[in-house]
Design a protein around this ligand. Structure first.
Ligand SMILES: CC(C)(COP(=O)(O)OP(=O)(O)OC[C@H]1O[C@@H](n2cnc3c(N)ncnc32)[C@H](O)[C@@H]1OP(=O)(O)O)[C@@H](O)C(=O)NCCC(=O)NCCS
Length: 149
């Protein structure tokens, strides 16, 4: 008999996740650039996940494909159409999907879609957020530079 105590996963004591109203499929043709699970420290006064935390994750996720193309310093110059469609709850698994919308002379615009999945009933995706972000390739002086072709 093992001398170790039984290990009980934390999720076994968690309260049941509320069901989401509108299931949506994860997008095809987009790249999964980030997966993250928000924690209680990321909540707002309602107990849902703070929008600013989601925005920071979207900025990080959106930078992944541009970083691969720009290969060097870059900065976020614009975030457009930030839409919070559904609240995000502690313990949800968030998946961030991205695709390139436009490559300009010095900038790249990407679309980011965020899907939540219950930790317990995985595979049931709900779109919670979408945004359009533009990143600019910058030189050592912080000035725009041409994107390498
Ligand atoms: C990013 C930065 C270097 C751009 O400098 P700038 O002089 O404004 O650059 P430009 O006007 O020459 O534009 C550069 C590119 O950005 C694009 N751009 C500028 N403003 C934009 C906007 N509001 N929306 C979308 N694209 C924009 C331009 O279209 C151009 O792209 P292109 O060459 O592919 O056509 C400068 O604005 C900056 O340092 N901003 C602060 C960045 C930062 O700190 N980000 C973090 C914020 S928390």
């Amino acid at each position: 008999m093992s001398s170790f105590p039984e290990i009980v996963p934390m999720s076994a004591n968690a309260s049941p996740m509320p069901a989401y109203a509108e299931p949506a499929p994860a997008p095809s043709g987009k790249e999964l650039v980030l997966k993250v699970i928000p924690m209680p420290a990321d909540t707002n006064g309602n107990g849902d996940i703070f929008g600013g935390w989601v925005m920071a994750q979207v900025d990080l996720a959106g930078s992944v494909i541009p970083a691969r193309i720009i290969r060097g310093r870059m900065a976020t110059v614009a975030v457009k159409e930030f839409i919070f469609k559904q609240p995000v709850r502690v313990g949800d698994i968030l998946s961030f999907y991205s695709s390139v919308q436009r490559i300009g002379r010095t900038s790249i615009t990407v679309d980011v879609e965020v899907f939540a999945e219950s930790f317990r009933t995985q595979g049931h995706f709900v779109k919670v957020t979408q945004a359009l972000l533009t990143y600019v390739a910058i030189d050592d002086d912080g000035k725009p530079r041409e994107i390498p072709r």
